[in-house]
Design a protein around this ligand. Structure first.
Ligand SMILES: [Zn+2]
Length: 560
């Protein structure tokens, strides 16, 4: 990016970047699918946009930069927009520009890192797309890159300015959101890290304790009062949910700096701690926030920070600490559980691993690999390696991706894999009315019936999000998972393979065939299960002879 002082300045009314809009429908990957010629666009706004087109610019590549005013004095919004690869790669970055050069340099650097990352990822995705197009003659849209950065001004007084910068990254259909808060001494332009605001590291322990307490309280309330939404079939299911949730909370609130990199000091005398999506809960929770009274940590702030923030220093009184509203102690007496639910899985005796499609999981140890969000440009390579090893898996596919890669679906069917429904466009079904839930499923099914002659028998709701309405509207059994190696997050084949390979017998394992690194992990995973004497089977095989019922959710094999 070119230094700000030589850029043309455009004033175009109020900033729109003071809120964090979720990427809207017009920016979702399916919008990228539009292959119509682009509409006429605003001419490029800056001289450098003309002189530095994207390396492989096509007629539709766009690079626009602009500077607009915001509702804050001396805070402008710099916006960079790029559209490349016929709209398969989209970038929208907004960052603040102030009267202070030091502040601007840091924020511009941060934005540039995000833009550079976008270029690298978009080029990788595009290369995979082009290879796929060349090999198959089909277009695949699931490889697009969508990068979005927005910011919010948190504190702006004469001595201190603080911004929260939200970055959203999406490849194909799985998006992740990171929020980072920056503090600057407005006079000197010096960046203050969050730890600079505190006298020592003990603020991490304090924040960890306080946020854990609050999140734990919320989980308990959710488990015992929102039973409609969570639909626990038994106390065991509830305990399992609570256990998983607490594990996430515990890990996401470990007292380390990276877990507390988003702290907002608000005018109301509160501190808002923001956790990234997935940090302390499932993806469907989105970004999670905990608000604490500023008094609960004020004693740990440096005198300079107290002054900058306009906070009065005083030791926290017990009353200042968030007094967790006592949760009515729920009765945890377990209801009698049928033996089948507690019976240990059959011991994994070393034996000849059966990989035939008639493997009986009541007799031999099995796990099921499930691949979500495809088909993608990586799926055919995955099918090659599954075929070479005679392994069958389950693919929860998106209708919009099936539409562009129909041959991949035909091949899945021919090679003995199970095909499940993952909706048309990865919508969160809990946000849709019944009619649209049904449409998401039926539209995908109709396409699959045309290709394979059969409807899907299983539904995996995107984000694992469902409620009683989804259960009844879906008219299919819901298949969730018991092992999630977070393959979308850590793009490292070795790490992913190791997280999968010790999955217990009976597990349903969630991975995504839209990531190259996930596909690269699969040979090691197959070897590891082979060494443990565990067969890899489809979901229906794993759960057989259980008859799967519509309106029920399944996470793993329970009966031996
Ligand atoms: Zn998904």
């Amino acid at each position: 990016m070119v230094a700000l002082f030589i850029m043309q300045v455009f004033f175009a009314g109020c900033a729109t970047s003071d809120v964090f809009p979720t990427p809207t429908a017009t920016k979702t990957p399916e919008a990228v699918n539009t292959l119509e010629p682009e509409a006429t666009h605003t001419p490029t706004l800056t001289p450098e946009a003309v002189s530095t087109p994207a390396p492989e610019a096509t007629a539709t590549a766009i690079h626009e930069e602009s500077l607009n005013t915001s509702k804050y004095d001396n805070v402008f919004v710099y916006t960079v927009e790029e559209k490349e690869n016929e709209g398969r790669s989209l970038l929208h970055v907004a960052y603040p520009v102030t009267e202070q050069g030091g502040i601007n340099a840091r924020l511009e650097e941060r934005a540039q890192e995000f833009i550079d990352e976008f270029h690298t990822i978009a080029a990788e995705q595009e290369a995979a797309y082009q290879t796929y197009l060349r090999d198959t003659g089909n277009r695949a849209i699931s490889s697009g890159a969508l990068y979005n950065q927005h910011f919010d001004v948190i504190v702006a007084n004469t001595s201190l300015i603080s911004f929260a910068i939200e970055q959203y990254r999406s490849l194909g259909n799985t998006g992740s959101t990171d929020v980072t808060v920056y503090f600057f001494d407005r006079i000197s332009g010096t960046e203050l890290t969050i730890s600079d605001l505190f006298v020592d590291e003990s603020y991490l322990t304090r924040l960890s304790t306080l946020t854990r307490e609050e999140l734990d309280r919320r989980a308990l309330i959710q488990a015992f009062t929102q039973t409609d939404e969570l639909d626990f079939s038994s106390n065991v299911a509830r305990q399992e949910w609570l256990h998983t949730q607490r594990e996430r909370i515990y890990n996401g609130t470990e007292p380390v700096e990276e877990n507390f990199d988003s702290i907002l000091f608000e005018d109301e005398g509160t501190v808002r701690v923001i956790f990234d999506r997935y940090q302390v809960g499932p993806g469907s929770d989105g970004v999670v926030e905990v608000t604490l009274p500023v008094a609960s940590i004020a004693d740990l702030l440096t005198p300079a920070a107290q002054e900058l923030l306009g906070i009065e220093a005083k030791a926290p009184t017990p009353a200042a600490l968030p007094s967790a509203t006592p949760v009515p102690t729920p009765t945890l007496t377990p209801t009698p559980i049928p033996d089948t639910q507690t019976a240990p899985p059959p011991p994994a005796q070393p034996q000849v691993v059966q990989t035939e499609s008639d493997v009986n999981c009541a007799e031999v140890p099995c796990v099921a690999l499930t691949f979500d969000d495809g088909p993608s440009v990586f799926t055919d390579g995955l099918l090659d390696l599954l075929k070479a090893r005679n392994v069958h898996a389950t693919f929860f596919v998106l209708g919009q991706s099936v539409r562009v890669q129909p041959e991949t679906i035909v091949r899945m069917k021919q090679e003995g894999h199970q095909i499940g429904n993952h909706t048309w466009d990865h919508s969160n079904l809990t946000m849709l009315p019944d009619a649209l839930i049904k449409e998401q499923i039926a539209q995908t099914d109709n396409l699959i019936i045309q290709l394979t002659g059969e409807p899907t028998q299983l539904l995996r709701p995107p984000y694992g999000a469902y409620d009683e309405y989804v259960l009844s509207a879906a008219q299919l059994p819901l298949i969730l998972w018991s092992v999630d190696p977070l393959d979308w997050k850590d793009r490292d084949a070795e790490v992913i393979a190791s997280r999968i390979s010790d999955a217990p017998v009976g597990s349903i394992i969630l991975v995504h065939d839209i990531h190259k690194t996930t596909v690269a992990a699969i040979p090691a995973v197959i070897d590891a299960f082979g060494n443990r004497g565990i067969s890899l089977v489809t979901v229906s095989q794993l759960l057989a002879p259980l008859t799967l019922v519509s309106g029920q959710a399944y996470r793993q094999r329970i009966a031996p």
